[in-house]
Design a protein around this ligand. Sequence first.
Ligand SMILES: Nc1nc2c(ncn2[C@@H]2O[C@H](COP(=O)(O)OP(=O)(O)OP(=O)(O)O)[C@@H](O)[C@H]2O)c(=O)[nH]1
Ligand SMILES: [Mg+2]
Length: 449
Amino acid sequence: MEPARDTICAIATPPGEGGVGIVRLSGPRALEILRRMFRTRSGRPRGAWESHRLVLGFVLDGDERVDEVLAVYFRAPQSYTGEDVVELHGHGGPAPLKRIVDVALRAGARTPEPGEFTLRAFMNGRMDLAQAEAVIDIIRARTDLSLRQAMSQFSGKLSTRVRALQDEILDWMAQLEAQIDFPEDDIPAAAVAEMVVRADAILARFDVLLAGADAGRVLRDGVRIAIVGCPNVGKSSLLNALLGEDRAIVTDIPGTTRDSIEEWINVRGIPARIVDTAGIRASGDAIEEMGIERSRAMLALADLALVVLDAARGVDADDEEILRISEEKPRIVVLNKCDVSDVEGRDAVRISARTGFGIDALLETIRSRIFSGIPLDHEEVGGNLRHRDALLRGRAHLTQARETAAGGLPVDFITIDLKAAVLALGEITGSSVTDQVIRRIFTQFCLGK
Ligand SMILES: Nc1nc2c(ncn2[C@@H]2O[C@H](COP(=O)(O)OP(=O)(O)OP(=O)(O)O)[C@@H](O)[C@H]2O)c(=O)[nH]1
Ligand SMILES: [Mg+2]
């Protein structure tokens, strides 16, 4: 892609009312446009614009003072995009901000594509692709843990690890190229063994990054948890207990919940979309039947099911049926109403949605189930589906290289796969991606970012 020649301008803050709203310009004409539209409090144009310094004044539209603003100029390359950037901090309302943008557009700026500011930062080498992707993860982070993982990726931890892995593969390639003069079909057994050990060590590092990408996906996108069970076992009460508010209607009439209710909750740092469903039973009621159909669909969609049993009523054939249909799912069996009774010998997390007994333990069980097999060491966490896909392909090439080495085939066959693995890793940092992929990533951004 060509470096940008034009200057873009958009509102950087969210729509609606706020104390301050920011209009941002980036590009070679940013300062010239600022000079045209800005006057100091005494009504004069400002002579010298120092970089990184706030100046109080007005935005003018003809003779009209549109808004009082703080203006700041960031001289390239010390700016978000690496270009000349201007920010105008006006009053945070739609009318003044839109007018400020209009004035800038008439002075020669244009409206950017979504994500174009960050795209320019990437194009100008201010950040690599994984870091640029982390910008949107920071904005969308739902929990502290999600934020921490996004910030870690933004500060380049994932990229550093990916590059270290690339270096390790490149080192191996260099070594192989040095010994390419082994006579064909005659690689010493010791050399073969050494190559296999080396491939295994690299594969192990792929696995660490892949586990991190799994955790990253969970922290960024969250998980879906469905609360299922027979009518009246206390599913809606459990939703309310987890949310800490009376969101769902609770009554002692079986069949109260007809439609599923979804809410986001924070499970020890994991964003979870939790769904309360209609109690599953044989019902003659058409509306209830539709709700039950939906419950089954929610169960199928969920990453994790909370199957609720009623300790006060005991476990009957209908409960056993639900336990059976949820068997294949990752699930936690929850025994509710333990303030009243217990069911001896039943393996379940014991709670009372009414008193709050066991809710903390349940949250902890959910957390550890979601992260079973995934290290929750933030150092290792990071990556999205795109990264995961690149890692899987890189890993496949390495596995192939290992097979080739183990089979004692000529070393230049190994290097072909190693090269492919390095390229797959490069997709993560953006050193080997097509313009098309880059554009697709940045169009997920909002306008003005
Ligand atoms: N003693 C006791 N009663 C509970 C507890 N949890 C829920 N209940 C009662 O059980 C009844 C049913 O609760 P709900 O939360 O509406 O049950 P549900 O599973 O959502 O029921 P449906 O929506 O009809 O499928 C209500 O009267 C609740 O007050 C609990 O932990 N202890
Ligand atoms: Mg209910």
